[in-house]
Design a protein around this ligand. Structure first.
Ligand SMILES: [Zn+2]
Length: 131
């Protein structure tokens, strides 16, 4: 098993509040010539969590930052439902418990990105996931 140390939060850059099945993102990423969906998981506006690549498989989600990471994608661009944010909190807590990951926004490793569209470190403090 590879070492998983970081979790990156993404947004899909799709319409806010409109569901996009993980299967559709899988197809987009196949069309890019990737080995299928690049994310480890996807969170729908209704709060449903869909698995992407299994954790043992290196994701394709943050260039140069994949080997020790997993990537979770919120459907939408910069507005997310309370249900989606609650699922994100539960998923992050689960990864922290299982692997001791630190949580980051994609923008933290790529200055050209605003993804996922909110201040992840501030959110972590608000949710109590980090002090
Ligand atoms: Zn991203």
């Amino acid at each position: 098993m590879r070492q998983i140390k970081r979790l990156f939060i993404h947004c899909a850059a799709t319409s806010n509040f409109k569901p996009v099945p993980a299967a559709e993102i899988h197809q987009w990423h196949l069309d890019r010539g990737w080995d299928g969906i690049g994310y480890s998981g996807v969170i729908q506006p209704d709060g449903e969590f869909e698995r992407g690549r299994p954790d043992y498989w290196v994701p394709s989600q943050a260039a140069g930052n994949n080997a020790d990471a997993v990537g979770i994608c919120l459907i939408g661009t910069d507005q997310f439902t309370d249900a989606a944010m609650e699922t994100l909190r539960v998923v992050c807590a689960d990864y922290i418990e299982r692997y001791g990951v630190s949580i980051h926004g994609h923008y933290e490793v790529n200055p050209h990105k605003t993804c996922p569209g909110f201040d992840v470190q501030q959110w972590l403090k608000e949710t109590g996931l980090c002090s």
